[in-house]
Design a protein around this ligand. Structure first.
Ligand code: AHR
Length: 335
């Protein structure tokens, strides 16, 4: 999964037992984004026994992200022994870095975050390390010079997702002229999905590429431009459902039929994406599973207890063709 860059995902199991100062007075959020918490930090009423976790979510850009946030907030609860301070960085790295520094100044027991892009974390990761606070990395990956920057990581095998999409395209549309609708440039999800996909289909199959930043609106804009710039496009590989849904809007606005005139392959399998698959507007969807809050809560407790944890935990996922699903399946999909 992480073959190309040797410095990515360097991990250690050693930090889990680092003793932390339990409670310090807790300052305000400091503007790192939108902050919510399950209990007042340093608070009263048994809070001393809770593991104080600062979590920097990268944003709310997609249906996947919304489901991931809901899963994390449903699991990192007082009932599960966690006092969560959650900050939404609104897809801005500077907001994430500010939130991480706030977590250090608040002496959090554990810092968890989902990095919006891979690079640019060296300084703040060193500051967290110097403060002796274990880091749990979530969803996306980092590329850093800091030694042992985090204790454990949980998320998806983005490269495998790209390979799965590529294999389906190679089998079903071997001569396709592909427009690649990329996620946020420099994010682990974009870099690895692109690498895995192109490894299978080959660079020559790609007639054009542009980023839609993982959002529906930017996906539509990028697709509108692609229809002008690359009129021979007959297949879109969108790095997530939301951008694929934006591409549907652009293709329909241009008087074409998505799924027929231009095939669409996406990643995520959120409810709207699965409905598009059922409606014949998407042709293939590779699942990226956002629901791992329970596993994350367990990892956090293990790290806090000084137990050995795996370097990497991959969540389970699959892929769907149109024939695999029906309306009941879509209706019952929890996200
Ligand atoms: O990092 C996971 C990706 O981020 C999801 O595929 C995408 O929808 C989200 O924005």
């Amino acid at each position: 999964m992480f073959g190309r860059k040797s410095t990515r995902m360097r991990a250690s199991v050693a930090l889990g037992g680092v003793a932390l100062l339990a409670l310090a007075g807790c300052g305000g959020g400091g503007g790192g984004g939108e902050e919510t918490g399950t209990a007042a930090a340093g608070g009263e009423g048994g809070g001393d026994e809770l593991v104080r976790v600062g979590f920097s979510q990268l944003g709310a850009e997609s249906g996947w992200r919304t489901a991931n946030t809901e899963s994390i907030q449903a699991s990192l609860t007082e009932e599960n022994g966690i006092d969560l301070t959650f900050v939404d960085a609104q897809q801005r790295q500077e907001n994430q870095i500010r939130a991480l520094r706030d977590f250090v100044s608040q002496d959090m027991d554990i810092i968890a975050f989902s990095p919006v892009i891979e690079t640019g974390w060296d300084q703040v990761l060193q500051e967290i390390k110097d403060a002796g606070i274990p880091v749990v990395l979530v969803d996306r990956t980092v590329d850093t010079t800091v030694e042992d920057p985090f204790v454990t990581w949980i998320g998806s095998d983005f490269r495998a997702e790209g390979v799965t999409a590529g294999e389906w395209v190679a089998e079903n549309f071997p001569d396709a002229n592909i427009f690649e609708l990329q996620g946020t440039l420099g994010s682990g999800a974009q870099v690895d999905r692109q690498e895995g996909f192109r490894e299978v289909v080959g660079d020559d199959a790609i007639v054009g590429e542009a980023s839609g930043n993982f959002t529906r609106a930017e996906g539509r804009t990028a697709m509108e431009a692609a229809l002008q710039a690359y009129p021979d496009t007959d297949l879109v590989f969108a790095h997530n459902d939301d951008m694929g849904l934006g591409a549907i809007e652009a293709i329909e606005a241009a008087g074409m039929v998505p799924g027929e005139d231009i095939a669409i392959v996406t990643v995520d399998a959120v409810k709207d994406g699965m409905q598009a698959l059922l409606d014949g507007k998407f042709n293939y969807v590779v699942e990226c599973n956002p629901v791992f809050g329970d596993q994350l809560a367990e990892l956090i407790q293990q790290v806090h207890a000084g137990e050995e944890v795996p370097e990497q935990t991959f969540v389970e996922e699959t892929a769907f063709e149109q024939a695999d699903i029906d309306q009941a399946f879509v209706d019952e999909r929890p996200y």
